[in-house]
Write a protein that binds this ligand. Structure first.
Ligand code: MN
Ligand code: MN
Ligand code: ZN
Length: 278
């Protein structure tokens, strides 16, 4: 059962992109997520040929580690009502798709963005325009929109919003990733069988299951419906372990990535908690 599931973590690339593979090997994981660039910069320098080559080399050596995710920059706001900010966001996401393609990554995960007062409807329209522009060029990696906790004016915390965001695009162009912390903070209580069944019905109703390619497994530091995005260690937050057992059992084949707080031995401990639930 253990090797059917693909479970990994967000890996540090502090000492170079290829370092993620050393980290993955050390942890014994078969999938991971990385930032391909500095999160704080709008225009990171392009990937150097030798960096790409080194990454490919490691990827070739560790074929068992698949898929690999890129998480786009948190600076990106595809719903921004400010045209300059919006344009910068579109360019940054295009750039991220390009980088992921150069590295032969399977997926790019991005947050939908925040409407900043322009309203939900306008915000979603703005996201559609952004995605249309980004996807004008066809990239090999698949773009996944992640659900959010609903902090501030962020969109995509209600599943009907997530549906509205992805609906105009074919499944071959836009998929989704679900973050357990964000779902819970947004008010979806799936911490018991009944709540889980309800969540599955909602995903089915909005035709989101066939778009679902990955889970982010994070416990929630804040209670149900808090709409605050702060991750906790597995079993140490408000969600509780049963919910994670349900995710593992229901979606054995989908890759799952931990984005829990880092620290000495923390990834190991969170992975151990998940393996125990299998
Ligand atoms: Mn995310
Ligand atoms: Mn996440
Ligand atoms: Zn989060």
């Amino acid at each position: 059962m253990k090797n059917l599931n693909r479970i990994g973590v967000h890996c540090s690339v502090a000492n170079g992109l290829h370092n993620a593979f050393q980290e993955a090997k050390r942890l014994g994981i078969n999938t991971f997520q990385i930032f391909t660039r500095n999160q704080r910069q709008w225009q990171p320098p392009p990937l150097k040929e030798e960096v790409i080559a080194r990454f490919h080399q490691e990827k070739e050596k560790h074929k068992e580690i698949t898929p690999i995710f890129s998480h786009a920059s948190y600076l990106i706001n595809l719903a921004s009502p400010d045209p300059r900010q919006w344009k910068r966001s579109v360019e940054a996401l295009k750039d991220e798709m390009q980088r992921a393609q150069q590295l032969h990554l399977a997926f790019v995960i991005v947050h939908p963005g925040a409407h900043k007062g322009s309203g939900e409807k306008e915000g979603i329209k703005t996201i559609h325009r952004a995605l249309e522009e980004v996807l004008q060029k066809s990239f090999k990696p698949l773009l996944l929109i992640e659900n959010t906790a609903g902090q501030g004016t962020t969109l995509g915390y209600r599943l009907e919003q997530l549906k509205a965001i992805v609906a105009p695009f074919p499944e071959s162009q836009v998929g989704i990733a679900l973050d357990t912390c964000h779902l819970f903070a947004a008010g979806y209580d799936f911490s018991n069988e009944k709540g889980w069944a309800q969540l599955m019905r909602t995903l089915e109703k909005y035709r989101l299951l066939s778009r679902l390619h990955a889970w982010h497994l994070n416990d929630s530091f804040y209670p149900l419906g808090s709409r605050k995005d702060r991750h906790a260690h597995i079993g140490k937050g408000y969600i509780g372990k049963e919910a994670f057992a349900l995710v593992l059992k229901t979606f054995p084949l989908l890759p799952k990535v931990l984005e829990t707080p880092k620290g000495e031995g923390k990834d190991e401990e969170n992975l151990r908690q998940l393996y125990e639930l299998l």
